[in-house]
Design a protein around this ligand. Structure first.
Ligand code: BES
Ligand code: ZN
Length: 474
């Protein structure tokens, strides 16, 4: 993988390291090529945080990012952690200015399944006005727009109108296990008046979107164990319980037939939607039930009765089976009665649900519903609390103005269905609101093959960062 910041040299930039796969005249307006080249350099690092084989790549990516920040006129420090490094970069802080934190993550999800990518995931290409690569939208393209925006303002006026703190981590995609302790240790030097994050979406192309909430998440794995080893299903089948059948029965108890979650007390702490939210969300473009059906390609919509798709995604909790397995998975058939089976579960949570409370309730539910003849073990996983802020605050107004200056329209206000597990801790530790100025699209294929990010949103994001710092200084 490339290391250092060779991308900064203009001669190198022109050397043709990027490929414009069959896009003839698609190259965006002149003057943005250097920024895109920098993005391409960033995207070439396979900084997959969950895979220990990529530890060196994650570290190299952190080094590259710190070099870029330093060469932009900020002071960047790489902080080692028990996992992947945290980078903090600041301008010269003055006591008479507001302090703005921008958070982002330079780690990415694994690129699998590789064969479904049109072009290799770590060889960025532009097609039809979008950059295709793992991490293009989540989160490298979005966070880099903030870095480049700050760099441009610094280059133009030699200073920024605010005290800026960039906080970039390499473990968001694995639940930020080391960032909480890092924040607790460095809280004093990270003090900020507000926190802005671009690690979410726009509801439709060019529709500026202000996010004022995120769902939380609680993960666990359930393992069902039967006989001491795999058995011949003819020799023993019928006399002992089949763990694969048992896991299917068990996960099926999580919902009722209408899609409501059937875990006792699951909805106890769910804060109802505000009526202004229901009214506003009904008007949000790109998020009608028809849009959601089209984007997902699902044969029909299905979810908790009494709510629209937008409400189900942004303000209602869920229980999902992210993976399920056990027994023979290969070609043809194999008459085996597997010794065990498993399911990986995650629960999206909304204010005021608490992940640890939910995991305890889920554990009780799964153990109580264990089918006869098997043993059930529940292994808790990572979790993060849900978050909601007031979009009508002074910060919300400044962020809205910055969004409309960059994208030429008033922003819509939404909560996000996805999770950024550290946000609640970040806001609570620093005592500052967090708002989301998302730039990805619902078809940006985040976490999936052919992840992509519109060049226009990258460029708009750079303008947005410049406008944001100006508006927050007022
Ligand atoms: N950028 C996403 C979160 C996101 C996506 C927020 C879309 C809003 C809209 C983030 O990188 C992510 O994928 N988070 C994970 C967290 C998990 C791995 C702990 C998620 O939401 O699944
Ligand atoms: Zn992600």
């Amino acid at each position: 993988m490339g290391s250092g910041i060779r991308c900064i040299l203009p001669t190198e930039r022109r050397r043709g390291a990027i490929r414009l796969a069959g896009n003839g005249g698609q190259w965006p307006a002149s003057g943005v090529n250097d920024d895109l080249q920098t993005l391409f350099s960033f995207l070439r690092f396979p900084s997959v945080s969950t895979d220990s084989r990529h530890k060196g790549d994650v570290r190299a990516c952190a080094g590259w990012l710190a070099d870029l920040l330093n060469s932009s006129g900020l002071s960047a420090v790489i902080h080692e952690t028990p996992g992947h490094p945290v980078i903090v970069a600041k301008n010269l802080h003055r006591a008479d200015r507001r302090t703005v934190m921008i958070y982002g993550h330079y780690d990415v999800q694994p690129a699998d399944p590789l064969h479904l990518w049109t072009t290799p995931p770590f060889e960025p290409q532009i097609r039809d006005g979008r950059v295709y690569a793992r991490g293009a939208a989540d989160n490298k393209g979005q966070m880099l727009a903030h870095v480049l925006g700050a760099a441009k303002t610094l280059a133009g006026s030699g200073d920024l109108p605010v005290n800026l703190v960039f906080l970039f981590e390499g473990e968001e995609e694995i639940g930020s296990p080391n960032l909480g302790p890092f924040l607790a240790e460095h809280a004093a030097s990270l003090k900020a008046d507000m926190i802005a994050i671009s690690d979410s979406g726009m509801v439709a192309p060019g529709v500026p979107t202000l996010g004022y909430g995120l769902r939380g998440i609680a993960c666990c794995e359930v393992i069902v164990r039967g006989p001491k080893g795999d058995l011949h299903s003819g020799v023993f089948g019928g006399a002992v319980a089949n763990p694969a059948t048992a896991i299917a029965r068990l996960v099926a108890t999580l919902h009722d037939a209408d899609g409501r979650i059937a875990v006792d007390g699951f909805y106890n702490d769910v804060r109802p939607l505000e009526s202004w939210e229901r009214e506003a969300w009904a008007e949000v473009p790109g998020m009608s039930d028809v849009d959601i059906a089209k984007i997902t390609g699902a044969p029909a919509l299905f979810g908790e009765p009494g709510f629209t798709s937008a409400e189900r995604i942004w303000a209602r909790p869920t229980a999902e089976i992210n993976g399920i397995g056990g027994g023979y998975q290969g070609e043809g058939s194999k008459t085996v009665l597997p010794a065990e089976a498993f399911a990986k579960l995650s629960f999206r949570l909304v204010p005021d649900q608490d992940p640890e409370d939910i995991l305890a309730k889920v554990r009780d539910h799964l153990v109580r519903h264990a089918p006869r003849g098997v043993e059930v073990e529940v292994l808790p996983g990572h979790h993060g609390k849900p978050y909601v802020a007031d979009p009508g605050s002074a910060f919300g107004t400044a962020a809205s103005v910055a969004l409309s200056r960059a994208f030429g329209a008033d922003p819509v206000r939404i909560r996000e269905g996805g999770s950024i597990p550290i946000v609640r801790t970040l806001s609570e530790t620093l005592g500052a609101d967090t708002l989301l100025l998302g730039l990805a699209l619902s078809d940006s294929q985040v976490h999936a093959p052919d992840e992509n990010f519109p060049v226009a949103h990258f460029e708009g994001g750079i303008r947005m960062q410049q406008a944001l710092l100006e508006e927050l200084a007022r």
